[in-house]
Design a protein around this ligand. Structure first.
Ligand SMILES: Nc1nc2c(c(=O)[nH]1)N[C@H]1C(S)=C(S)[C@@H](COP(=O)(O)OP(=O)(O)OC[C@H]3O[C@@H](n4cnc5c(=O)[nH]c(N)nc54)[C@H](O)[C@@H]3O)O[C@H]1N2
Ligand SMILES: Nc1nc2c(c(=O)[nH]1)N[C@H]1C(S)=C(S)[C@@H](COP(=O)(O)OP(=O)(O)OC[C@H]3O[C@@H](n4cnc5c(=O)[nH]c(N)nc54)[C@H](O)[C@@H]3O)O[C@H]1N2
Ligand code: SF4
Ligand SMILES: [Mo]
Length: 765
């Protein structure tokens, strides 16, 4: 992608190293600064005071749960949640005149940040074949156009419907129903790129793809692992839970290649102690691990636990649990016993004593939780790594008891709910049977395409219509060049969006923008004012009521868009009363209550303050695997070999972005300001490579296909990351991740495991 010169730059690059602590007064100030740059003080106050309250707006940020009703602060949000909600509530507007002024080719050269800053989309727009501009189109004509394209396909599988995790349960259920009534399971989603590896590993081993931990468990754990996660930036209120755990004497182990601010100290902005004091030290042990070495670490810990049991039989392992509730122990134990702790030390870069100290901590703890996020899921061997963590938990019976469990910390606010509602290309037969029973049509049974599969299929001309409901597919996906090419080959691309992003500028032959109301906005329908529901990372289902006036009178809700699209496409082909969906979302919830397990009496139970929690079989002592027991596993896997002169690159989020959308060029907690095109490298690696701070380089990756991929014009920043590893921001670096670089079995892109070299850019080239 060409960038327009300098439009992005907020100042000179400065880099002062990672901060020692997260949150506190500066966080509040930064949140207000960004909010007020987007919208008025009145709208800011309206959004913030309603955020995460009972009957309020669910934060559109991450999926961290809210405390129980009665235990919430008046300001139950974090700095970044405040930024996300006001980014959505912005007063800026993208109008038809804007599109008349800016041809698509010009928009394609703009940065992600600039596109987002233009504000909220206001009316449906179409880009017709051969045209350089988007122009207005009526809603009726827009639905007619999509319906005609869909109906003209040779097979329903030539269409794919992408979802991102901000979509409500009601809209997600409607979309899944529409896709299947149309005849396809092609339902790729952001989860394919996010926690797919967690879902696969957990499903195989404990029989459910969801985490087993609640906030109550966090209140009772003795030891909490935070692995491959940067909560200070990405799940800031998790720090409140960790702080509370620390204050009552729990211990915390953080495992991360980077000394992330939130893992060190936390100054809680809601408590006087946090505002004026030194804050609370979060991690008792900080294991600065090499990229991709977590599998070795947990195998090392598991071996040490087995050895401790040998030394004092009957005191370390939960033998009764292992015998009654698990299988595969002997094979697992034999495998782990053969692990060499010196190898673990070399692979992880951690001292044997450090690892032993953590094993001792484990031996002293009766109740253990392991939390993780993208630092584990975005590697080729992500699934075996997470299975090894399940082994670790099973050894001492740390599943199904209060204060214990597996905690994959989800990203988008409703990414887990979307899955529950049927957004998955591989939904099990029981779900499809229930759909058939409820609606009287026969849903397709063959699996559909996931995110990476959809890109391959578009490149092969097997998928010709792409519909994106929320998200920014072209920037979230790996291999930006291939993904752009894939989308441009489509006959039709459709984006249902709140804000302008690059996916609107990478068009099929015909392209549509269908703008939608956001969850911050009031949703008045014929049946009265509507609310939507979401499910957070701990399986709590609750409502979200919009409060603001919609950004434009021409906007439709997501439910209205999807149900009208279904009606226009399918007519009377399936016996579904689509029109009723839009009138009253309670009708959709009634359908959900009969199709989706755990949702009986949905409308009644959602009216309770705080909603309700979905049952988790593991917490009821049931492991719904093929054997009916939890499964120990034998795991292999390691990061890729890195040739001499190369580095292993992880691509990650700055403190000031929401996924593909950078808000500013700053990453406050990492001390980096003024530029996002930076690559963080250990000082000794910089010297070995003959580079010095601020040098300009191209980052070049070499994939299995032998092809070079290049991200141009990055500046090197010395940073305390382990030797041999590097870090740079997403989505600027997605161009480097090949389509073939995916996790085994889950097919999730390995965004945190890219072999690169840094090529100095000499003046004049
Ligand atoms: N403000 C903000 N909040 C967000 C988001 C956002 O963009 N902005 N995005 C949301 C979404 S969708 C998601 S999925 C989550 C993501 O939440 P995170 O997973 O915290 O996000 P990343 O920025 O990808 O950070 C990954 C972390 O893992 C570490 N890591 C990388 N590789 C390894 C490894 O091999 N081993 C270990 N142990 N650690 C490793 C990195 O150093 C980094 O600290 O955040 C959600 N919340
Ligand atoms: N290199 C690299 N790539 C990654 C990752 C990584 O760590 N490294 N992380 C991956 C992960 S974990 C994820 S989850 C994906 C994220 O991928 P996506 O979910 O596809 O991307 P987002 O940036 O969250 O999408 C932002 C856009 O969503 C739209 N939007 C926001 N709110 C709403 C709404 O309420 N309704 C509608 N209809 N639209 C809305 C806006 O138009 C906005 O521009 O990226 C993945 N890609
Ligand atoms: S922790 Fe997550 S859900 Fe909570 S306010 Fe912050 S961004 Fe929103
Ligand atoms: Mo995510």
């Amino acid at each position: 992608m060409r960038r327009r010169p300098d439009e992005d730059r907020e100042g000179e690059l400065t880099s002062t190293g990672p901060k020692e602590w997260a949150a506190g007064v500066p966080a509040v100030a930064h949140a207000l600064e960004y909010s007020l740059s987007q919208t008025s003080p009145k709208r800011t106050a309206l959004t913030l005071l309603n955020m995460n309250q009972v009957d309020g707006i669910d934060c559109p940020g991450c999926a961290w749960p809210d405390p129980a009703p009665g235990h919430r602060h008046a300001n139950e949000y974090c700095e970044n949640g405040a930024k996300h909600i006001n980014d959505e509530a912005t007063s800026r507007r993208v109008t038809a005149e804007f599109f008349a002024e800016h041809p698509v080719s010009e928009l394609g050269e703009r940065s992600d940040k600039w596109l987002n800053q233009q504000g909220r989309l206001t009316e449906p727009m179409v880009k017709r074949p051969g045209s350089e501009h988007y122009e207005p189109i009526s809603w009726t004509d827009a639905f007619g156009l999509v319906a005609e394209e869909l109906r003209s396909l040779d097979s329903p599988d030539e269409a794919a419907f992408y979802t991102s995790g901000r979509v409500s349960n009601e809209a997600a259920f409607t979309l899944g129903l529409f896709a299947r009534a149309f005849g396809t399971n092609n339902l790729p989603d952001c989860s394919n790129m996010c926690h797919e590896s967690s879902g696969f590993a957990l499903h195989e081993t404990i029989g459910t793809g969801k985490g087993t931990v609640s906030l109550l468990d966090m209140e009772h754990a003795d030891l909490i692992f935070v692995v491959g996660q940067n909560p200070g930036t990405n799940h800031p209120r998790q720090l409140s839970a960790l702080e509370a755990a620390k204050l009552r004497g729990a211990r915390i182990v953080a495992v991360n290649p980077l000394p992330e601010a939130g893992l060190r100290r936390f100054k809680n902005p809601q408590k006087p102690r946090g505002v004026i004091g030194a804050g609370v030290e979060i991690a008792d042990h900080f294991l600065q691990i090499r990229l991709g070495a977590d599998i070795a670490l947990f195998q090392g810990l598991n071996k040490l636990l087995l050895e401790a049991e040998d030394a004092a039989p009957g005191t370390v392992l939960d033998r009764a649990f292992i015998e009654s509730s698990t299988s595969g122990f002997d094979d697992f134990a034999a495998h782990v016993r053969a692990v060499d702790l010196d190898d673990v030390s070399t692979l992880t870069g951690l001292g044997r004593e450090e690892i032993r100290a953590v094993a001792d901590e484990v031996l002293r703890s009766d109740r253990i939780i392991v939390c993780w996020a993208m630092g584990l899921t975005q590697h080729r061997h992500a699934v075996p790594t997470i299975r090894e963590i399940v082994n670790f938990l099973l050894l001492r019976g740390n599943l199904g008891r209060l204060g214990t469990g597996a905690c994959p910390v989800r990203g988008h606010s409703n990414v887990q709910g979307d899955r529950t509602m049927g957004i998955w290309e591989q939904m099990p037969d029981e779900f499809l049977d229930a759909l058939q029973q409820e609606f009287g049509f026969d849903p397709p049974r063959h699996h559909g395409l996931d995110a990476v599969g959809t890109i391959h299929a578009m490149l092969e001309d097997e998928v010709k219509v792409f519909v994106g409901v929320a998200g920014n597919f072209v920037r979230a996906a790996p291999d930006s060049t291939a993904t752009e090419k894939a989308l441009r080959r489509c006959r039709l691309t459709v984006q249902v969006s709140t804000k302008l992003n690059r996916s609107h500028t990478v068009c099929g032959e015909t392209a549509l923008i269908l703008p939608t109301r956001s969850r911050t906005e009031r949703d008045l329908q014929d049946g009265g004012e509507q609310f939507v529901t979401v499910e957070d990372s701990m399986s709590d289902v609750h409502s979200s009521y919009g409060r603001l006036t919609p950004a434009s009178p021409l906007l439709l809700s997501e439910v209205a868009i999807l149900s009208r699209l279904a009606r226009a496409t399918l007519g009377e082909r399936v016996p579904v009363d689509w029109a009723s969906f839009e009138t009253d979302y309670g009708i959709i919830r009634d359908h959900i209550s009969r199709v989706v397990p755990g949702f009986h009496d949905f409308n009644h139970r959602i009216a309770e303050p705080g909603g309700f929690t979905l049952p988790n079989p593991v917490n009821e002592g049931v492991f719904p695997t093929s054997t009916g027991t939890a499964q120990f596993s034998v795991n292999e896997g390691s990061p890729p070999d890195v040739p001499e002169g190369h580095l292993l690159l992880q691509t990650l989020r700055s403190h000031d972005q929401w996924n593909t959308v950078p808000y500013t060029d700053n990453d406050r907690y990492r001390g980096i300001h003024g530029d996002r095109r930076v690559v963080m490298v250990h000082t000794d690696d910089l010297s070995a490579l003959g580079l010095t701070e601020g040098d300009r380089v191209d980052v070049v990756s070499i994939a299995d296909d032998g092809q070079e991929r290049r991200a141009e014009g990055f500046r090197v920043v010395p940073y305390p990351t382990p030797r041999g590893s590097a870090a740079a921001y997403y989505p600027e670096t997605n161009v480097l991740v090949s389509l073939g670089s995916v996790a085994e079995t889950s097919n999730q892109p390995a965004y945190k495991s890219v072999v690169v070299r840094l090529e100095p850019v000499t003046a004049g080239t």
